[in-house]
Write a protein that binds this ligand. Structure first.
Ligand SMILES: Cc1ncc(COP(=O)(O)O)c(C=O)c1O
Length: 284
């Protein structure tokens, strides 16, 4: 965990993949008001709905945010690949301290910078300066170690908060099996396979990005993670249909919020061979 830059008091809790943890966190914490980014992974909204909590999609600047008791942060972002700079993470921590709001920072793509030489994206813990009160970092072995089928995730941070969460979760049966925990320990003890995976995504990005640009797509953000976020300034479904005609399936941006309605998300999760062939078809 020292790659996260975490210092001070903290605890770690394994989860059955990170999606279930995200979906149920506001219910477990009995949150009343939940904030999440305007363009975001849909489960943040689902989490608030499951908890019957008030919810609001917010822009990037924490100075504009209303008071809340739970805040979803996602850097590197799915779908945009945007990475929050340190100043933004510091502003988020400041907001949390002022409002006593839990920061749930979903950092499942933290291991995948856009290029091999790019710096590793920062964690919320880089901005917490050893005071982890109300701060949770959420990680997924589905991404880091390509182990989606194992359903293995973990949450790190405020030990008092994690104790409270653990207490509810154990009575709700949200307990990870011992064999999967053993597999997690093995995977988390090795960094080599993570670098191989990161290089693989960087390589695929370097093939797909110019192919999209040659077709008139403008790439935005895409600083890290598993996706290319781009636009041709038209309705997302027109871009989806345009690429489908070339045998390439992409996700329409409106899946991630209205603000994504002119964007598409292109995943780097197909095989190397499929990515190479898709790029060739796009260049034809
Ligand atoms: C931002 C984000 N968080 C969490 C998850 C959930 O992953 P898992 O439940 O496999 O750990 C995903 C999966 O796509 C994701 O994109």
């Amino acid at each position: 965990m020292n790659q996260l830059g975490i210092t001070g008091d903290f605890d770690v809790l394994p989860t059955i993949g990170s999606k279930e943890f995200i979906a149920w966190l506001p219910t477990v914490l009995e949150s009343k008001k939940v904030l999440y980014p305007k363009i975001a992974y849909p489960t943040y909204l689902v989490s608030a709905q499951l908890a019957h909590a008030e919810h609001q999609a917010v822009d990037i600047d924490p100075n504009q945010w209303p008071a809340s008791d739970l805040l979803w942060v996602n850097s590197p972002s799915n779908p945009t690949g945007r990475v929050a700079p340190l100043s933004e993470l510091e502003a988020i921590i400041k907001y949390s301290r002022k409002n006593k709001s839990v920061v749930a920072s979903d950092e499942c793509y933290i291991n995948f910078p856009a290029t091999i030489s790019a710096p590793t994206p920062l964690s919320i813990f880089n901005a917490a300066a050893g005071n982890n009160e109300n701060i949770l970092g959420i990680y997924s072995l589905s991404k880091r170690s390509n182990m989606a089928g194992y359903r293995a995730g973990l949450v790190v941070g405020d030990s008092a908060l994690i104790a409270k969460i653990r207490e509810v979760r154990k009575h709700a049966g949200m307990i990870l099996s011992a064999p999967v925990q053993a597999a997690m320990i093995a995977a988390l003890g090795d960094e080599k396979h993570v670098r191989v995976q990161a290089d693989r995504y960087a390589q695929r990005r370097s093939i797909l990005r110019p192919a999209l640009e040659a077709l008139g797509f403008k790439v935005e953000h895409t600083e890290a993670g598993l996706y290319i976020w781009c636009t041709r300034g038209e309705a997302d479904m027109d871009s989806v249909a345009f690429l489908a005609d070339r045998g390439v399936l992409v996700t329409p941006g409106h899946f991630y919020g209205e603000a994504g309605a002119q964007y598409i998300r292109v995943a780097l999760t197909a095989t190397d061979d499929e990515i190479t062939r898709a790029a060739a078809r796009m260049h034809e």
